[in-house]
Design a protein around this ligand. Structure first.
Ligand code: SF4
Length: 337
């Protein structure tokens, strides 16, 4: 592998990312949790804002859950915001605000899983470690031509290669290497598209040599195992003056802590999907339809207007309400916020 070419490309193109400009362990914790399931361009717009709101681990630990979730708005998957706050609280409470330096100790902290611990060591501390996220898994599978099925076995195979020193030698910066491979996975070596012509790893890449770069890693079984389910939901707009009926999801519910429009299931191809009550009775006037996808569910949202007695209500102020992303999209499209 041409490490010089790979890492100088990554440095030249991406060293200006806000979380790379001035590396701290706290900044790495925030950015790594933000970047899980969210694109770089979305995180780019939120990272500095979040750090301005909570400049230190101590500030984050002292904030309420609602404050952290409000600052997280736009990034989705709010469980990550709650976990981040929990991690900050336990780092302040039981570690005197100091990050443990081993994987074993880091994963004992609430909110820090295997990946985040590896990322803190490799990227935050620049110590020999490989933080295997989806990008690194895919690029390694292609570069080394690993035919294993995407998933835990492939993850283990890559981990073993790393531990035996077959991926990068000790003298290479772990931070630089991890960041560069993540960049390749994001920019050139995507799940459904490989731009091998411009890729800094083209020389020596076995998947490219095979003529079928997208055949690595093997995803046949994964795709066969995870069928998408179609779910049709009714989302109800119930207005009274400038107020609208909203439901705050409980702590142990799906989308915990977020405010949703009252929602019902009209039909579902997955009988185990019971996150909302069933819609009974005829449909009121339909305002619009909106598609959305979350994990294995493809939702069709039918937005209806209904005159319901407003029991719980909130003022229409997106700054003060932690709307779910679908609700916010609906309210914006209907020009209600
Ligand atoms: S050469 Fe192609 S297949 Fe190989 S790592 Fe680069 S983009 Fe991926």
């Amino acid at each position: 592998m041409d490490f010089t070419k790979l890492m100088s490309w990554s440095l030249k193109e991406f060293s200006s990312l806000p979380w790379r400009k001035e590396r701290t362990l706290y900044g790495t914790l925030v950015s790594e949790i933000m970047l899980q399931q969210t694109t770089v361009s979305t995180v780019r717009g939120k990272f500095e804002e979040f750090l301005a709101r909570f400049p230190t681990l101590k500030d984050l630990a002292a904030a309420s859950e609602d404050e952290v979730c409000m600052a997280w708005k736009g990034l989705g998957y709010y469980r990550r915001a709650r976990n981040l706050r929990k991690a900050a609280q336990s780092l302040i409470g039981s570690c005197n605000g100091k990050f443990p330096v081993t994987q074993e100790e880091l994963v004992k902290l609430p909110g820090i899983g295997d990946y985040t611990a590896s990322a803190l060591i490799a990227i935050g501390m620049d110590k020999s470690e490989l933080a295997i996220d989806a990008n690194i898994e895919r690029v390694m599978a292609r570069y080394f031509g690993l035919g294993q099925t995407k998933g835990p076995k492939l993850h283990r195979e890559i981990r073993e290669m790393f531990l035996t020193g077959d991926i990068f030698p000790e003298e290479i910066s772990a931070r630089g290497f991890n960041e560069a491979i993540m960049d390749v996975g994001r920019v050139y070596c995507q799940a459904k598209k490989a731009n091998c012509l411009n890729c800094p790893l083209a020389e020596g890449c076995i998947a490219l040599l095979s003529g079928e770069p997208l055949a690595f890693p093997n995803t046949d079984q994964v795709l066969a195992k995870t069928p998408m389910h179609k779910v049709v939901l009714i989302r109800v707009i119930s207005k009274e003056g400038n107020q609208i009926l909203g439901v705050k999801r409980k702590r142990d519910e799906w989308l915990a802590g977020q405010v949703e429009l009252p929602t019902y299931i009209l039909e579902s191809s997955d009988p185990s999907f019971k996150r909302y009550p069933l819609w009974k009775g005829p449909l009121p006037l339909e305002l619009m339809r909106l598609g959305s996808t979350i994990t294995k569910y493809k939702f069709e949202n039918i937005i209806v207007e209904s005159s319901v007695d407003l029991g719980k209500k909130w003022k229409l102020s997106p700054e003060e309400v932690n709307f779910s992303s679908v609700t916010l999209k609906i309210l914006r499209q209907l020009k209600l916020v």
